[in-house]
Design a protein around this ligand. Structure first.
Ligand SMILES: [Zn+2]
Length: 253
């Protein structure tokens, strides 16, 4: 079976949250060997801490999404810092300037800075969201020692080149099958800087299938194989190695 890794999904959003155990079981049967459940809020971090995965393929990323910056309290940040050893990465964090409310930009920057420092301190990879703020995000990260994974990056080509020049990782979502821009990013990137993700329940590669699922990453692997002119098995194996190196884990094949 082709091994699949998903370094960015959200199991605590419906409809997946209603059947998390079944989701993990079903996806494992289809070749999924690792899933990183990214948290968007402090509630989701707490839920992840309580959840026991019987399949042994689930990992945590702890963080607060920038759209929740205004709600984030100091004690939430301390809680995440205190429990960060239960996570293999920090995410989902970043900047989202799409629909800013009064005072939100400053709060988002403050929150993102906190997580950048936490990544520097722990050397855990930072899984980064950027919307309508690609340049600001790249500039902030450039002045840090954080180990960066750019989740679904839709910024301009010169920014993609910068990301790659810094040796950061590009995590490619399943909607690559529909988006030329993501296909261009893959063409630009060396194979050892690519990771695969769903952002499930969103970004399904299929028109008629919602929610998205980790196993659908097979479509991403096929697309990367086509763009790079490589065998599917070779692409899948390289992405698994990239995952292991980035997140410092050894996966069962
Ligand atoms: Zn996400």
């Amino acid at each position: 079976m082709i091994p699949i890794v998903d370094d960015h999904c959200h199991l605590w959003f419906p409809p997946i949250s209603e059947e998390v155990e079944e989701y993990i079981e079903r996806n494992k049967k289809e070749g999924v060997i690792a899933i990183i459940n990214n948290s968007s809020s402090i509630e989701q971090v707490k839920r992840s801490l309580e959840f026991k995965d019987s399949q042994g393929i689930l990992f945590n990323a702890f963080g607060i999404h920038p759209i929740h910056a205004l709600e984030a309290r100091q004690e939430d940040l301390l809680f995440i810092e205190k429990n960060i050893d239960k996570a293999i990465a920090i995410g989902e964090v970043g900047l989202d300037y799409a629909n800013l409310k009064e005072g939100e930009k400053e709060k988002q920057l403050e929150l993102f800075e906190f997580f950048i420092r936490l990544s520097e301190k722990t050397q855990k990879p930072l899984i980064v969201h950027s919307r309508a703020a690609a340049r600001e995000v790249v500039e902030l990260l450039e002045s840090s020692n954080a180990r960066v994974v750019m989740h679904y990056f839709a910024g301009r080509k010169w920014l993609v080149k910068k990301i790659l020049d810094h040796g950061w990782m590009l995590s490619i979502p399943t909607n690559i099958v529909k988006l030329q821009q993501l296909q261009d990013n893959v063409a630009l990137a060396p194979m050892d800087q690519l990771l695969t993700e769903t952002d499930a329940p969103w970004l399904s590669p299929y028109k008629d299938k919602y929610p998205n699922e980790s196993r659908y990453i097979i479509e991403t692997l096929r697309k990367i194989a086509e763009i790079k002119n490589l065998a599917l098995e070779e692409v899948a194996e390289q992405i698994v190695r990239n995952f292991e190196e980035t997140y410092k884990v050894k996966l069962e094949r």
